[in-house]
Design a protein around this ligand. Sequence first.
Ligand SMILES: [Zn+2]
Length: 133
Amino acid sequence: MSYRETFWMACDSTEQLRAEYGPFHTRAEAETEARRLGFDYLLRYEHLLGENEEIQEVRCIFIELSGVVPAAEPVQVTLHTRCATCGESATHEKGWEAEVWADIHEFEHSRHRVRLFRHALGKGLKEISGWRG
Ligand SMILES: [Zn+2]
């Protein structure tokens, strides 16, 4: 029966004469260290161990860390206007669109008051008070 032992190193290149730092038990630890050191690669070592823990086979795999940190998903925000008086509502992408809608609505229906809500995905609806100055 053989079993496998895996560990991770942070390294600066895939060349034979590379700087390596580690070992780490998890990829996340190695990745954190690699980023701290400005290293671009992770090296994953797999040791296949025999019954007496002798190493039967060594495998290593380089993993390039992409320098591009994925940008956080832009939070999608939509604006909702809703007339407090008659209940008519609309959705807008931009602030000025909401204002235009409210202007028109309040112009066409005197003494109606339009409320504005900001809806951020995953954060729910939030009223923006006093938005009409
Ligand atoms: Zn209205």
